[in-house]
Design a protein around this ligand. Structure first.
Ligand SMILES: C[S@@+](CC[C@H](N)C(=O)[O-])C[C@H]1O[C@@H](n2cnc3c(N)ncnc32)[C@H](O)[C@@H]1O
Ligand code: SF4
Length: 390
């Protein structure tokens, strides 16, 4: 890889779901009928346009996210993978992930996705507790989630699953048992999200009306700490705020985001960060699926916004992403990517205070100096960086 041809990851957004989960504010939409052919053609067109703009670059990873990409026609997945391999320099063993929901229909399709070239699956299990699944408005049962994990284990070399914790009334004992059951089935990679109440979701209204309460901060912190202990018993290390993996099973695609490397985002609402003409560009596609497709059909891509990032923008973004990782941010990588030294980017008084308060650690490893956040620093990263970055 040279300076002129930075490698890229490819994110593909499929914006449709069977139903809208009451907690979710992702760009996902429910439609009675989906014009699969139209959306497949638009995704392929947007990829071709982007490849023509960027030139042939090394391709690190492909990630089909959503929405629910397991509702995509597997042939579309195969076509996009083939296009990406043709348009970019892809490693033959490139990581190709698909997010899948564990309904029985989708599990039945997993073999077709494996055949299409997907080699890593990320299952939206969310919980193995029937009451919690009902509360979360999921379309699948705990049994179906377990079946999906077992089917995935037969088909894919690499599996991750998502769980949501800090749910109403969740006890430490019940959480430990649930996590143990799931990790006994699959212990490669786990993404764990604390239930948050997002603006505009069904849960926001219900929560405001007092229809349910969430665990307080201390209880949520205890559940989080217990997670690391259970994961460690199953051989998984916390390598990012919400992600645990065996040492050889970290997500290459997501590491690309956290290490602030280039990625292309195609599909409705997808974001990208791409180096072009000496600048780092932040790109965003039109969010609504049909207007996005129309735009792609008319102009070749559905870009809504494309901005060259300033040095300060890059510094803030790189720290916000990189300090989520246990490995932190290397000073050399920071200077290479942003064009400024770490010292020049930070307010010296706040930096000293953050070290003294044990939110940040400034030390060396074999590659030189690096900045890392402690667990308590990681949990208040946005507020910390808001004050810290000049
Ligand atoms: C793009 S979404 C889901 C992919 C897939 N459609 C599914 O539902 O499994 C990625 C993950 O974000 C998490 N998530 C979404 N909204 C959340 C919220 N408000 N609180 C906690 N986790 C959330 C869920 O665990 C979900 O699996
Ligand atoms: S959590 Fe997944 S299935 Fe539910 S609405 Fe969000 S993207 Fe769709």
């Amino acid at each position: 890889m040279t300076q002129d041809t930075p490698s890229v990851g490819l994110y593909v957004h499929w914006p449709f779901c069977l139903s809208k989960c009451p907690y979710c504010d992702f760009n996902s939409h429910v439609r009675e009928r989906i014009d699969q052919k139209r959306f497949a053609a638009a995704l392929r067109q947007e990829l071709a346009t982007e490849a023509a703009r960027l030139g042939r670059r090394p391709l690190r990873s492909i990630f089909f996210g959503g929405g629910t990409p397991s509702l995509m026609d597997p042939q579309t997945t195969a076509d996009i993978i083939a296009d990406a391999r043709r348009l970019f320099d892809a490693d033959p063993n490139i990581e190709i992930t698909l997010e899948a929901n564990p309904t029985s229909v989708e599990s039945a399709n997993l073999a077709a996705f494996a055949h299409a070239g997907v080699n890593r699956v990320s299952l939206g299990v969310q919980s193995l507790n029937p009451d919690a699944l009902r509360f979360l408005g999921r379309e699948h049962s705990a049994r179906q989630a377990i079946d999906a994990l077992e089917i995935a284990r037969r088909l894919f070399g690499r599996i991750s699953f998502d769980l949501i914790y800090a749910r109403p009334g969740q006890t430490l004992e019940a959480w430990t048992a649930e996590l143990d059951t799931a990790l006994a089935l699959v212990s490669d990679h786990l993404s764990l999200y604390q239930l948050t109440i997002e603006p505009g979701t069904k849960f926001e209204g219900q929560y405001r009306q007092g229809l349910f309460a969430l665990p307080d901060e201390d209880d949520a912190a205890r559940l989080y700490e217990e997670t690391a202990a259970v994961a460690a018993r199953h051989g998984l290390e916390a390598y990012e705020v919400s992600n645990y993996a065996r040492p050889d099973a970290q997500s290459a695609h997501n590491l690309g985001y956290w290490r602030y490397q280039d990625y292309i985002g195609i599909g409705p609402g997808a974001h990208g960060r791409v180096t072009r003409d000496g600048d780092l560009w932040a790109t965003r596609r039109h969010r609504a699926p049909e207007p996005w497709a129309e735009r792609v059909e008319q102009t070749g891509d559905g870009t809504m916004q494309s901005d060259a990032l300033s040095t300060q923008d890059k510094a803030r973004e790189m720290l916000l992403m990189g300090l989520r990782l246990t490995e932190g941010v290397s000073e050399a990588a920071f200077a290479g990517r942003t064009g400024m030294t770490l010292q020049a980017a930070l307010d010296p008084t706040i930096f000293r205070a953050a070290i003294e308060e044990e939110y940040l650690i400034h030390d060396h490893d074999e590659h030189g100096p690096r900045l890392r956040a402690t667990t308590s620093g990681r949990l208040r990263l946005e507020a910390l960086l808001g004050a810290l970055v000049l």
